[in-house]
Design a binder for this molecule. Sequence first.
Ligand code: CU
Length: 311
Amino acid sequence: MTTPVRVATFVVGLAVVFAAALGIGNAVGPVADEPVSHDDEHVAGQSDGAESEEHGGGHDDAAGTETAADIPGGLMISQDGYTFRLSEETARPGRGVWTSFTIEGPDGHPVTEYDVEHEKLLHLIAVRRDFTGFQHVHPVLDADGVWSARLDLTPGAWRVFADFKATGAEALTLGADLAVAGDYRPEPPSSEVRTAEVDGYTVTIEGDLTAGEDAELTLSVSKDGRPVTDLQPYLGAYGHLVALREGDLAYLHVHPDGTPGDGETEPGPDVVFYAAVPSEGGYRLFLDFQHDGVVRTAEFALSTEGSHDEH
Ligand SMILES: [Cu+2]
């Protein structure tokens, strides 16, 4: 969906929510700041699908309430009847450590039917809470609904995110803590990082995050001082960007502009994304991109416009 259309449908959705709020307010008399139950508002907002809900950064201010749909992903282990259950909540450090989990459905059984999103049934993101060791992997699903993946784990407190869409349900990102045994020294907070070096590649990020708005971010990939113009599609785009909020690791919805093969989107050096951050503050961004058959991750740190960089 293009931005103008999304904005238009968002406004329509908001009008519906507002109308519902007025209707119920009239029916039950004056109530506090929250005239609509979460369920009612959720249903009302669904008329244009999940897309606008996830981009409803300005929604909170306008409606004066916060619904489950407005809360960023990844903060909850359980939502909409689905629960992210790690088989083990602790792990030993090491490379290629097997990690297994289920997504328990509303019926209490592991979900076995998923819809493909970004070319995969489920995306598993793991990162230590001090933002080291970021990994984005695609676990395998067995017939009983048990997912398995290998992770490289260092001692410390990790956050694991499952990004999926159970068939017949809304897309969700659930988060769970994983404690990895051993001594560790947390990495200090980072100040702004707009240039990342990875395996001889230099990736820069341009654009500014603004709380409550869709921000355009342009990532540019070069190698040995030359722009890379033959990026390979990865997960249906020329890059996959994950944004996490500093402090609570809220997992934010980011989507690429353009699709490989659409006749307009160039395979680099620039890859454009739209990221809607819900609040002022610092964010970490992780770009997965593919070149010469290898997927690499470039890491950045940005703060919203107007927020002070206290680090
Ligand atoms: Cu993925």
